[in-house]
Design a protein around this ligand. Structure first.
Ligand code: CA
Ligand code: CA
Length: 617
C-alpha cells in the first residue's frame, strides 16, 4: 500500500507534464529511417519519422537539390512519412530538416553520402553488387556460432543478459569480426560467396530472424563499422557477400507490433491475427480458392511473428529502401530472401523490378522450403504465371535435390532417383543456377542422420560439386560436424573461441576424420574451379540404375565424366548414341576407380564407393 502511494506521488507530475506537452503540440523526432541516403542513387527515398505530435507536421529543408515531395501522417501522431525528391547532382553533405508542428518545431539531420562499395571502404572494394554466378561456391554462417572476434561485445550494455554459451538458444559471443578474422580459412577452402544469417538488431534472438530495428546491427555482432569492414575484407579476398533479408515478419518485440505506423501496416495484431500455414501447394494452384492460401501470405509465422502487409504501398516502399540501404552501406552483392512464399507475389514483383533497376547485376536466392519441384519451380522469376505475375526471383535453394541426395546417399534410395529429380528441371527457366546444398541451419546435420558416415558425406559433397547448380555449404559440414534438429544443428564451430580445446580451423587441430572430409571437399572445389565443364557444362545422363548414376558435363570445350557408385558390382555401360560415343580414353581426375573405354562400352571393374571423375578424351 505504501509503495503504491509512493509510486503515485513520484510519477503523477511527470505524466501531467507529458500530457501537457502533447496538448500544446510538442513535435519531436526521435528516429529517421533510413538515416541517410546517397547522391546519384536512382531512387528517391521515403523517410519514416518516429516521434510525437507528427499528425499535422510540415517538413522543410533549404539543402540544395533536396525537396520534400509530400508528407503523410501515420498512427497516433507517432509517425510521419516524408517522400523526398533528390536531384541527380545533389552534393554530398548533411541536410538539415525542420519539422513544424501545430505549435513548436523540431529538426533532424540527414546525411547525403557518396556512393561506393560500402560507405567507408570504397577504395578497397572496387566491385560489388555482383550476384551469385555458376563459378561460385557459397558458404552459410550463423555469425553467433562461428567465431568470437571481439569478447567486448559478448554481453553488450544495451542488451545485457542474453549471453550464455551454455544455453542452446542463448547468444554465444560469435560476431562479424570473428568472421572477418577467418576469411583466409574460407578462401583456402575455396569459398567465393558468403551468406550470413541476419545480424540486424534483435531482442533475444541469436539467430537474427526476429528483427527489432531494420537499420541497426545487433550489438552482439558488432557495429555498423564492423559490418562494413567485414564486407570490404571479404571483397578484398575475392569473396562476395549475401545479406539474409527478411520481409515477411519482424520480431515480436519490434515497436511496430503494438504501435504500427499505419492501421494497414501488419496483417492483424498480436492478439488477433490469421493463423500460420505452409501448404504451398494451394498457393501455386490456379484452381484453389483464395481462402485456401490466404493464410500462407497473411498468417503470423510460428503464430507469433508480426506479419508485414507488404501489399500496402508504404510497407513495400519501406522494404525497398531498406534493402537498398543495406546494399549501399555495405556493398552487398546479393540477397538471400527468407520465407519467400510467405509474402505476396504482387509485392515481390514490384520489389524485384525496382531492385534490379538500381542494381542490374545483383541477384536474389529465395528460400522456398519444399521438396516438390512442381511447387518450388512456380516461384522462379522471369515468367508470368497464371496470376499474371512475375515475382522476379533470380534463383532458389534446391530443396528437392537436397532431399534426394540424402535419400540416395544415406538411405539407399535408388541412385536413379537423382536423374528423376532432375527430370523436373524442365519446369525451371534456369535449372543450372539452382543453389544446391546438402544441409543448412534449419535441418538436422548430414552426419547426424541414421546411417551417415564420413564416406557418405564425401560422396554427397562429390555429387554436389559435379552436378548442375551452384553449390552452397553449411559451416561445419566441411569438418563433419554432428547435430540433430534445431538447435543441435547450430553448435559453435570448434576453434572460434579463445578457450576452445580444439581448433578445427587449422589442419593440426582437426581429427583424422575431419581432415579427411575437409581435404576431400577442398579438392572437389578446386577440381570444379579447374574445369569449366563442371560449372557451366550441360549435364547428360549416361546411365542410371539402382546403385549408380553416371553423367557427363560438357561445355563444348571439354567433357568431364562422373561416376557415382554405391554398389559392389562392376559397371558396364554402352556409349553408343550418347554424347560419349566418340570417346576414346578416360583420364582420371578424382576418386578415380580404374575405368576404360573399349568397343563402345564404358567399363569400371572395381567402382568402389563414392564419386569418381574423369576427363574424357
Ligand atoms: Ca563477441
Ligand atoms: Ca506474410
Amino acid at each position: 500500500m505504501i509503495t503504491k502511494v509512493k509510486t503515485y506521488r513520484t510519477f503523477f507530475p511527470l505524466v501531467l507534464l507529458v500530457v501537457a506537452a502533447i496538448a500544446q503540440g510538442q513535435v519531436t523526432v526521435s528516429k529517421v529511417e533510413p538515416p541517410n541516403w546517397w547522391a546519384g542513387l536512382p531512387e528517391n527515398p521515403m523517410l519514416l519519422l518516429y516521434g510525437t505530435d507528427l499528425t499535422s507536421a510540415r517538413v522543410t529543408t533549404s539543402y540544395p537539390g533536396l525537396k520534400v515531395d509530400r508528407v503523410e501522417p501515420g498512427n497516433e501522431g507517432k509517425y510521419l512519412f516524408v517522400w523526398l525528391k533528390i536531384a541527380p547532382n545533389v552534393k554530398v553533405g548533411t541536410a538539415k530538416f525542420t519539422v513544424t508542428g501545430s505549435a513548436g518545431n523540431s529538426a533532424f539531420e540527414f546525411p547525403i553520402s557518396k556512393r561506393g562499395c560500402g560507405a567507408i571502404a570504397s577504395s578497397i572494394s572496387k566491385r560489388c553488387h555482383i550476384g551469385l554466378r555458376k563459378d561460385d561456391v557459397m558458404y552459410l554462417i550463423m555469425p553467433d556460432r562461428f567465431a568470437n572476434g571481439d569478447t567486448a561485445n559478448d554481453d553488450p550494455a544495451e542488451a545485457k543478459g542474453y549471453y550464455d554459451r551454455q544455453k542452446a538458444r542463448g547468444f554465444h559471443g560469435g560476431d562479424l569480426k570473428g568472421v572477418t578474422q577467418h576469411l583466409p580459412y574460407l578462401k583456402d577452402l575455396g569459398v567465393t560467396a558468403l551468406w550470413l544469417t541476419p545480424f540486424w538488431k534483435n531482442a533475444d534472438d541469436y539467430h537474427g530472424y526476429g528483427v527489432t530495428d531494420m537499420y541497426a546491427v545487433d550489438p552482439h555482432f558488432g557495429t555498423m563499422r564492423d559490418y562494413q569492414d567485414f564486407v570490404s575484407a571479404s571483397h578484398s579476398q575475392g569473396i562476395k557477400f549475401f545479406f539474409d533479408y527478411v520481409v515477411n515478419h519482424t520480431g515480436p518485440d519490434h515497436v511496430w507490433a503494438k504501435h504500427p505506423p499505419l492501421a494497414t501496416w501488419l496483417h492483424g495484431t498480436p492478439e488477433k491475427h490469421p493463423p500460420f500455414d505452409y501448404h504451398f501447394e494451394y498457393l501455386v494452384d490456379p484452381h484453389a480458392p483464395p481462402q485456401e492460401w490466404e493464410n500462407i501470405t497473411e498468417g503470423w509465422f510460428a503464430d507469433r511473428l508480426p506479419d508485414l502487409n507488404v501489399d500496402d504501398a508504404h510497407v513495400a516502399k519501406y522494404l525497398l529502401d531498406n534493402a537498398v540501404w543495406w546494399m549501399e552501406t555495405g556493398g552487398v552483392d546479393g540477397l538471400r530472401l527468407d520465407t519467400f512464399p510467405y509474402s505476396s507475389r504482387k509485392f515481390w514483383s514490384y520489389w524485384h523490378r525496382e531492385l534490379f533497376r538500381i542494381y542490374p547485376h545483383t541477384n536474389t536466392i529465395g528460400e522456398v522450403y519444399n521438396f516438390d519441384p512442381t511447387i518450388t519451380s512456380f516461384f522462379e522469376g522471369g515468367k508470368k504465371s497464371w496470376d499474371g505475375l512475375d515475382d522476379g526471383l533470380s534463383t532458389m535453394f534446391d530443396f528437392p535435390m537436397q532431399s534426394t541426395i540424402r535419400e540416395v546417399v544415406i538411405r539407399d534410395k535408388p541412385a536413379a532417383s537423382l536423374q528423376k529429380t532432375m527430370r523436373y528441371d524442365s519446369l525451371y527457366l534456369r535449372p543450372d543456377e539452382l543453389v544446391t546444398f546438402i544441409g543448412n541451419h534449419d535441418q538436422k546435420r548430414f552426419m547426424s542422420e541414421e546411417g551417415a558416415s564420413a564416406e557418405k558425406l564425401k560422396a554427397a559433397f562429390g555429387l554436389m560439386m559435379t552436378l548442375r547448380g551452384i553449390p552452397q555449404l553449411y559451416s561445419g559440414d566441411e569438418i563433419a560436424m554432428t547435430g540433430g534438429d534445431d538447435p543441435e544443428n547450430r553448435h559453435d564451430f570448434p576453434g572460434g573461441w579463445q578457450d576452445d580445446t580444439q581448433n578445427a580451423f587449422t589442419e593440426q587441430g582437426r581429427t583424422p576424420e575431419q581432415q579427411q572430409v575437409f581435404s576431400y571437399l577442398r579438392s572437389m572445389i578446386a577440381l570444379r574451379k579447374e574445369h569449366a565443364a563442371l560449372r557451366e557444362g550441360h549435364q547428360w545422363t549416361i546411365g542410371a540404375g539402382e546403385k549408380y548414376f553416371v553423367y557427363l558435363r560438357d561445355d563444348g570445350n571439354e567433357k568431364v565424366l562422373i561416376v557415382f557408385n554405391q554398389g559392389d558390382q562392376a559397371l558396364k555401360l554402352g556409349l553408343k548414341d550418347t554424347p560419349m560415343d566418340s570417346a576414346r580414353t578416360l583420364e582420371p581426375l578424382m576418386g578415380a576407380a580404374p575405368a576404360n573405354i573399349a568397343d563402345g562400352m564404358l567399363a569400371v571393374e572395381r567402382p568402389g564407393y563414392g564419386v569418381s571423375v574423369y576427363l574424357v578424351k
